[in-house]
Write a new protein. Structure first.
Length: 264
């Protein structure tokens, strides 16, 4: 049943692409989902902050005093949510089936990894939008790739019912694209067995309770000594990423980082 619903959604999205012209999500100009002019208005995050207190901290690490009850080491955000067309890109990618924007968004995320983990990325020629290529700052990149064999890219899972309705998991698509750009291995480490309310509809106090016992590590997967980069589209309080990180930590992961397009 799930596969049938997913196939239907994908077929519907294909017909939409064929029947309706593309309009830029930033300015509504016809021809492409993101025009070069609007792409230039995206502001990448150069200085990361502690996800708890919001003060500057390298790599988006939690300050020591902010890490109580937190399994994540930090959360890296790629771009500013309120600047340029980022909000519209995420909304259309996530809810309107414009999965093509995942390529643009993944470039932002790959560059954020390059800046904060000093990865050398040489695959940007495969990305169609020339303007987004320019976000790569060579000052942040080493001439050779750092040792990344112990890092695994994974993503926040959706409950099967919601994924069937949407036709795809936006975080999974982002992880696949970031993996192509960085050379990192990607794996579906988690599953969501509990259907929850949308986090955006809840108060910050209710969000953690809403996600309690929702996520599980797939078996049989050994994460002992592994470093994990956990991808989602947007984070607000970090509750979703932290709940996922807790079960990854319990499964033996050495450290877990969050990677998102933006902070909402």
């Amino acid at each position: 049943m799930v596969k049938v619903l997913e196939t239907f959604q994908k077929t519907k999205n294909l017909f939409i692409d064929l029947l309706f012209p593309k309009f830029c999500v930033g300015c509504s100009g016809e021809g492409e989902w993101l025009c070069s002019k609007c792409a230039q208005n995206i502001v990448p995050v150069v200085s990361q902050v502690c996800p708890k207190c919001g003060k500057l901290n390298a790599q988006g690490r939690y300050h020591v005093n902010c890490r109580k009850g937190i399994a994540l080491k930090g959360i890296i955000a790629a771009a500013y949510f309120e600047e340029g067309p980022v909000r519209e890109m995420i909304h259309n990618f996530k809810y309107n089936g414009v999965t093509a924007l995942g390529e643009n968004l993944s470039v932002l995320m790959a560059n954020a990894l390059a800046r904060n983990f000093q990865l050398s990325i040489s695959n940007f020629q495969s990305i169609p939008n020339d303007q987004l290529k320019n976000f790569t700052n060579e000052n942040y990149l080493k001439t050779e790739k750092c040792k990344i064999e112990n890092y695994i890219l994974t993503f926040v899972p959706l409950h099967w019912r919601r994924q069937a309705q949407r036709g795809y998991n936006q975080a999974e698509l982002l992880a696949e694209e970031v993996a192509k750009l960085t050379g990192l291995k990607t794996a579906a480490l988690l599953e969501k067995r509990k259907s929850t309310k949308r986090q955006a509809e809840l108060s910050s106090r209710s969000r953690q309770e809403n996600l309690k016992n929702a996520f599980f590590v797939k078996t049989p997967i050994s994460l002992v000594g592994k470093k994990v980069i956990l991808i989602d589209d947007v984070t607000t309080t970090g509750s979703t990423l932290n709940e996922c990180a807790k079960v990854l930590k319990e499964a033996g992961a050495k450290e877990i980082w969050g990677l998102v397009i933006a902070r909402g």
